[in-house]
Design a protein around this ligand. Structure first.
Ligand code: DX5
Ligand code: ZN
Length: 229
């Protein structure tokens, strides 16, 4: 994956001005909109549901990267598919029949993704890797923005990158949580090709410059990694 996908997370936006947040993402030339869906059970926080996604859908053509941090994700995939999700990612810790859910998401015309929290090993998703379009590696314990990235999660990402290469698979690798200017380079060298950025984007004086900084660091980190591999 030569190009970086920059996906600002709406969790750090002003919830009273979500339309403004979308417009800011478009002006800043970000690539995707990351929608953090929290149910107060899988994580100790609450955000929004399918109606918010549907209302936002009418205001932008940017791809929607929906991150379900909910128990029973099965009950939400169809409403979010109808709301206009392009990618739908659920947590492997939240369901027993993950393969069935991945197939269901794809049957709804949406690209399936799976996510693992920091304490979940790669072995938990090995069987699913050929069936998904995206693996979201949480680099913080999910539930809040503005936390610090856990470095061991980048080591796990590097192993996932190797696994993808060894098995000639094509899923994208996304990092989510504490991704910012202090670690864009390390994130790129771990093999990730999607950066979810919440506080780094919305607390930036010039968010468009933040997107550029991520791209530049990715290009350098990626070139460095290719040289070393
Ligand atoms: C946390 C969410 C993240 C969060 C990232 O559970 O999944 O998407 O919004 O925010 P930052 O970049 O501030 O860590
Ligand atoms: Zn997220």
């Amino acid at each position: 994956m030569e190009e970086l996908i920059v996906a600002p997370s709406l969790l750090s936006a002003d919830f009273a001005d979500m339309a403004g947040a979308l417009a800011l993402m478009e002006r800043s030339k970000a690539d995707w909109v990351h929608l953090d869906v929290m149910d107060g059970r899988f994580v100790p926080n609450l955000t929004f549901g399918p109606k918010m996604a549907a209302d936002l859908r009418r205001r932008t053509k940017m791809p929607f990267d929906v991150h379900l941090m909910t128990v029973e994700p099965e009950s939400l995939v169809e409403p979010f598919a109808k709301a206009g999700a392009n990618f739908l990612t659920f947590h492997v810790e939240a369901t027993v029949h993950a393969h069935r859910l991945v197939e269901r998401i794809r049957s709804l015309g949406v690209r399936p993704g799976i996510s693992i929290v920091p304490s979940t090993p790669l072995s938990a998703i090995e069987e699913l890797l050929p069936f998904v379009d995206l693996v979201l590696v949480m680099t913080v314990d999910p539930g809040f923005g503005g936390q610090s990235l856990i470095p061991s999660c980048l080591e796990k990402t590097a192993r996932l990158f190797e696994e993808r290469r060894r098995r000639a698979l094509s899923f994208r690798i996304s990092l989510d949580g504490g991704v910012n200017r202090t670690n864009y380079g390390e994130c790129a060298r771990s093999g990730a090709d999607i950066f979810v950025i919440g506080s780094a984007f919305f607390s930036a004086e010039k968010p468009e410059k933040e997107v550029l900084a991520a791209r530049e660091a990715f290009a350098l980190g990626h070139a460095d990694k290719s040289r070393r591999d």
